[in-house]
Design a protein around this ligand. Sequence first.
Ligand SMILES: Nc1ncnc2c1ncn2[C@@H]1O[C@H](COP(=O)(O)OS(=O)(=O)O)[C@@H](OP(=O)(O)O)[C@H]1O
Length: 286
Amino acid sequence: MMTDDYVWFEGIAFPSTGYSPELLRDVWENFVFKDEDVILLTYPKSGTNWLIETVCLIHTKGDTKWIQSVPIWERSPWVETFSGYDVIKDKEGPRLISSHLPIQLFPKSFFSSKAKVIYLIRNPKDTLVSGYFFWRTATFVKKPESLEQYFEWFMQGNVIYGSWFDHTRGWMSMREKENFLILSYEEMKRDTRSTVEKICQFLGKKLEPEELDSVLKNSSFQAMKENKMSNFSLLRGLHLTENASLLRKGISGDWKNYFTVAQAEAFDKAFQEKLGDLPPELFPWK
Ligand SMILES: Nc1ncnc2c1ncn2[C@@H]1O[C@H](COP(=O)(O)OS(=O)(=O)O)[C@@H](OP(=O)(O)O)[C@H]1O
């Protein structure tokens, strides 16, 4: 892979736009979390924006004004990007903050703070397929020419934010902490209501039944696809091509339509080798 398609920091690739090694170091060493911050943390293409939309709606008790008037990346800015860091660092009061950073590059202040993290994990085979289709429409990452090629990059960790396996192992080490909630895309799909209730409980938010209904309705795949503040259509022609769509299919198990038997077997073997010692309940799609 050509290295000049990315920004590199501590051996991890980042998108070529919006990041720099100096910024990543500054965020890592100097960004100060506040105890009342809520951090939405994922490996790319795990359902991050669905989580952000849901948490925004929980904050407004189902009112849609915020999600319909402010772009999703401004509601929960990305701490590791120039645009996000600038907005967050001087913001007063409780903050919603997004990040895809691996644990070893995450702002050091987090580990002595009470800031809450919601970590959303997704079947990595679906994450891989989602990434493959999305990066083909992005102007800030090297475009994979085929799924075969992207499969190789993903397995080697030669993709933005590094290896899914390393990222997952790193963050899973926090799983016993009480300020750390792990959710999966699959459980969120299977039982969205219970998952949203779990988030409310974790955040100490009490919603009336009709407020919860509004959260569910307005964070659905269809509602997000129609919300121009959330569907990334504002980024077309800027960081994305004109046909780009964040909301592609929004289903679990789509990998079965794309992986060969050999790829599925190679993936399972790598998973077993790299993460097979972790409790299987952490990976509920299996
Ligand atoms: N509301 C809702 N319901 C179900 N699924 C949803 C929803 N919103 C986003 N998505 C799906 O999440 C995938 C995009 O992941 P991310 O938001 O993590 O992308 S990013 O890394 O932040 O760019 C991408 O998955 P794929 O459809 O499999 O590509 C989106 O469709």
